[in-house]
Design a protein around this ligand. Structure first.
Ligand code: ADP
Length: 806
């Protein structure tokens, strides 16, 4: 039971408990959606009564959701866990919304429920901090004022500019936490974890209450620089599928981040709320060379080659063999060169430059591409660019381009004679190939134009000063290529994400995009790597990739999970994908609007709670951009919107937002702050029951961590070493059969794997899954990466760029 001192302290440190339950902003009657979001004044009195009931209901639901622990599949997961006081961090509590406050009150002991005592506490609290705090909510006498303010939310007006911004509007963290957490720009938004560089000599100081939650699941491809960044930032790296005495399986369950291989879209359903993975479903649509080409080809045929001819013409064999033959003959007179590549490989594997028809495999699945035979040369050598591109959200699309990168040179000087086509050191620029050449010179100095690898920054400097190149124009054309490349996969990624992800928190992705400059400095897209190598053995590599990793993790915005103890909870409501009826209506209206001017004029006038959630995340994210330049959305990126598969609501919302606030963000931020201050952004609809049940089913189906066996009756497996009670995270210790360490598992154990308890009826199985079903799933709360080396299917993709050992 919380002590009175604690409660008073809470009151003193929660300056916004006086805020009433947020009401929806009303809108100008002139606006097309006014009927959707305006709360008619006459209904308000009734509503305020109803609200009290609803709150009580929600509070009940919360409690019951905890009790059933999500097992029955009908838990309303869109509601957050509320924080509880942490003895180690008493001085700061995240502000909670009105609902949580009520729930807390419910939990307090009976005397505290007593109004008189409450009021005396309020008085005491008011005396202590000088703030007007009222637990007993003043019936909405003041509400209309705020609503009226919302009503003035016309096209160019910030309705809150008349409200003096309160100093404490952005929660300030106590000093003990500022080293490891960054507060949001907005009240009632939990802070984000800070990631520091891999080479920081003093690791972050993190209170134990937080640190115990910082678990990162290791995979076989987690790069060293990522591991260093994580350990410096206070994370514990837990092994995948580990099940030994030192690292029992339970320990690996509650990880909050993973840096692993891409996996099949359906596997993403196993990612839990509060966990983040470095991929989106469906990115193989740009990660495979054949799919990338097909997607770009569609756009080129629709919008013209002038816009989408960003990749050298490609033929996907054997399907395109006839067309290739036709074009081959057409260009034969020019002694055209072609390059043959496997459709889903990397590091130059299986690549050949050819000029004779007989060299073309007629039946094998390969891509054949026109060879860019006049590349831009520096000191006579060909080079390509490695760009790093971060996508933090697909709908709305948010793309960042890292300002640094790599220029990788071929180790033999270039000529375009037919006789030299076999020289891979001349025609291919992959590091993994050229490092084997006797001519290869490493470049240890990131600032030097030496050797066969330069940083992008050094290259640009060189082009500017030595070659008089307009690098601003070059950067613009690179940005254009990057945006179009991501747009090429947007439709599929977006629909697979929608189908398989139930929290917008779950995904972000870093891409490595390879580009070749031709003699006119036109950038040509060569390929997209969905797991770009972050191998950083040389000082030059680490100079580029070290800060990149920290920047990516910071922009991905991790919260402290389950840290009720620390009062910093991850709040799942902020990332819900579910919309209220009003929100859905607004989406329909603005998605169907044909005229950009119309939506620009109106879409921001009626911000819904869901709009606010999206906008605030993007604003918080933008504060982390630093070396990552946001290239989409920007003030000018609306020109790309027509290229998307269809009009998309959130992209329009951001178009309007950027058009209005790109040059001066503060009024926009202030508007969002005021809305968050009221807890408006925390209004979420419940998870539809059907969907919740389906999700639960999916989770059972998709997790494939080993199922815990019931206690064994017979003698323990002879090779088993471990015995003793099963360590349970939350409940009491359970009696457990002796367990063998993972490596020495008894074969009988493997054979005895059973289908999961809630294994789906055939009709409930995801019929959409185009791929072979995953390895036998078992009900566990933790997803694991795919099993080792799954057979390559057409859904496998360019999984790994250059491996750690390259
Ligand atoms: P991988 O995924 O195996 O690295 P890439 O498509 O990146 O395959 O090609 C490897 C190298 O081959 C590139 O770095 C580039 O130097 C060269 N290359 C690829 N495609 C072309 C092309 N169309 N024209 C000229 N050179 C190319």
């Amino acid at each position: 039971m919380p002590s009175l001192k604690n409660i008073i302290s809470k009151l003193c440190h929660s300056p916004r408990q006086d805020t009433h339950t947020p009401t929806r902003p009303a809108v100008s009657p002139a606006l097309p959606v006014s009927s959707v979001t305006t709360i008619p004044a006459a209904k308000k009195a009734v509503k305020s009564k109803k609200k009290t009931k609803t709150k009580a209901k929600v509070a009940k639901m919360k409690i019951s959701s905890r009790e059933c622990n999500g097992d029955d599949g009908e838990v309303d997961d869109s509601h957050s866990r509320s924080p509880s006081p942490d003895p180690t961090i008493e001085t700061w509590q995240m502000e909670t919304d009105a609902v949580t406050v009520i729930e807390k009150q419910d939990k307090l002991s009976a005397p505290i429920k007593n109004d008189i005592e409450q009021n005396s506490m309020v008085k005491l609290a008011s005396k202590l901090n000088g703030a007007v705090v009222s637990l007993k909510k003043a019936p909405s006498k003041e509400k209309p004022n705020k609503d009226q303010l919302f009503m003035t939310a016309l096209h160019t007006t910030n309705p809150f500019k008349t409200i003096a911004t309160r100093k404490e509007s952005s929660p300030s963290l106590p000093e003990s936490l500022t080293s490891c957490l960054r507060s949001s720009l907005f009240p009632r938004v939990p802070p984000y974890l800070k990631f520091i560089s891999h080479d920081e000599t003093i690791p972050l100081k993190i209170p134990t209450a937080i640190q115990k939650h910082l678990k990162w699941k290791l995979t076989t491809i987690t790069p060293i620089v990522v591991k260093k960044t994580l350990t410096n930032s206070g994370f514990r790296l837990v092994k995948s599928e580990c099940d030994t005495a030192e690292c029992p399986q339970e320990e690996t369950v509650d990880w909050i981040g993973i840096w692993g291989k891409h996996m099949k879209s359906i596997m993403f359903r196993a990612i839990k709320d509060g966990q983040k993975m470095n991929h989106f479903p469906g990115t193989f649509q740009i990660g495979r060379k054949d799919r990338l080409w097909r997607n770009l080809q569609k756009l080129a045929s629709k919008y013209g080659v002038a816009e989408f001819g960003i990749m050298p013409k490609t033929y996907v064999l054997p399907h395109d063999l006839k067309i290739l033959k036709h074009d081959w003959e057409k260009y034969a007179a020019n002694n055209e060169r072609w390059i043959i590549k496997p459709p889903a490989s990397a590091r130059g594997t299986g690549i050949k430059v050819v000029s004779r028809w007989t060299q073309i495999p007629k039946k094998k699945p390969v891509v054949v591409q026109r060879y860019v035979s006049k590349p831009y040369l520096i000191n006579g050598s060909k080079f390509d660019l490695r760009l790093y591109v971060l996508v933090t959200s697909v709908h709305p699309l948010r793309i960042y381009l890292y300002k640094d990168g790599l220029a990788r040179f071929a180790s033999v000087k270039y000529n375009d004679e037919l006789s030299s086509l076999n020289d891979r050191y001349m025609h291919l620029t992959n590091y993994s190939i050229n490092r084997l050449s006797k001519n290869y010179t490493p470049n240890e100095d990131f600032a030097a134009c030496e050797g066969h690898k330069w940083t992008l920054q050094t290259l640009f400097q060189y082009l500017k000063t030595e070659q008089n190149v307009d690098i601003n124009a070059l950067w613009e054309s690179i940005k254009d290529l990057v945006i179009k490349t991501i747009i090429a996969g947007e439709a599929s990624i977006s629909s697979l994400t929608k189908a398989n992800i139930t929290s917008r928190y779950n995904c972000y992705e870093l891409f490595g995009i390879d580009v070749l400059l031709d003699e006119d400095l036109k950038p040509w897209l060569l390929e997209v790597n969905i797991s770009p190598s972050l191998h950083s053995a040389s000082p030059l590599d680490i100079h580029v990739k070290g800060p990149l990793v920290a920047a990516v993790l910071n922009a991905a915005q991790f919260h402290v999970p389950r840290a009720e103890q620390a009062g910093l909870p991850y709040d799942s409501r902020l990332y819900t994908v579910y919309l209220s009826k009003e929100e859905r209506d607004k989406h329909i209206i603005y998605t169907n609007m044909e005229d950009r001017d119309l939506y620009l004029r109106d879409i921001l006038s009626t911000l819904t709670p869901d709009d606010v959630r999206h906008l605030l995340q993007a604003e918080d994210e933008l504060t982390q951009s630093g070396a990552l330049q946001r290239v989409f959305p920007t003030r000018h990126s609306h020109k790309y919107l027509p290229y998307l598969a269809g009009p998309r609501y959130y992209n329009r919302l951001f178009d309007a937002w950027e058009t209005r606030y790109a040059d001066d963000r503060e009024p926009g931020v202030e508007l969002l702050r005021a809305l968050c201050d009221m807890g408006y952004h925390l209004q979420t609809p419940g998870v539809p029951l059907k969907r919740a049940a389906a999700q639960q089913l999916d989770r059972c189906r998709m997790t494939w961590t080993r199922r815990r066996r019931p206690p064994r009756r017979g003698p323990p497996c002879p090779r088993s070493r471990r015995s003793g009670p099963l360590r349970s995270r939350s409940g009491p210790s359970l009696p457990q059969a002796p367990r063998a360490p993972a490596q020495t598992r008894c074969p009988a154990r493997r054979l005895s794997r059973r289908p999961p308890r809630c294994s789906p009826a055939p009709s409930a199985a995801p019929a959409a899954s185009p791929s072979p079903s995953p390895p036998s799933p078992s009900p566990s709360s933790s997803p694991s990466p795919p099993p080792p080396s799954p057979p390559r299917t057409d859904l496998n993709m360019n999984e790994c760029d250059e491996k750690e050992h390259c």
